[in-house]
Design a protein around this ligand. Structure first.
Ligand SMILES: [Zn+2]
Length: 129
């Protein structure tokens, strides 16, 4: 997951964007092929946003270990290959979990805002009647 980078012209669609909010902004966070724009990231709690950033950084680090040939060979030679596999799987799982949790929070917050607006509209039209 890369964060706080620009994705202008990348043709990315925000994973939590609604039809009325398709084009968000070009800053945001990337996880695999999924993207969440900065404006929507602000709707997540600080703790789940931090968690997603941490798990993303950890996954990137472990993936970098995998693609580092020297490191990889040392791991294989020392018989720690399975441990590295395990670490990668664990990092992938926890990153996926953190990302999903963060998206769920944003979607919930969006629903709450829509509902609040609807409730306010209803109260206003009732007051006018
Ligand atoms: Zn968005």
């Amino acid at each position: 997951m890369r964060s706080d980078e620009r994705y202008r012209d990348a043709g990315l669609k925000c994973a939590v964007g609604t039809r009325s909010h398709m084009i968000c902004c070009s800053h945001g966070m990337m996880n695999g092929s999924e993207f969440v724009c900065e404006r929507h990231l602000e709707m997540a709690s600080a703790s789940s946003l931090n968690r997603a950033r941490q798990t993303g950084a950890r996954l990137q680090f472990i993936r970098a270990c995998w693609s580092d040939d020297d490191y990889y060979e040392r791991v294989v030679a020392s018989g720690r290959y399975l441990k590295l596999c395990e670490a990668l799987r664990w990092a992938e799982d926890s990153d996926e979990e953190a990302w999903t949790r963060m998206k769920r929070e944003i979607l919930k917050q969006q629903r709450r805002e829509v509902a609040q607006r609807a409730a306010e509209d209803a109260m206003q039209s009732k007051a006018r009647a």
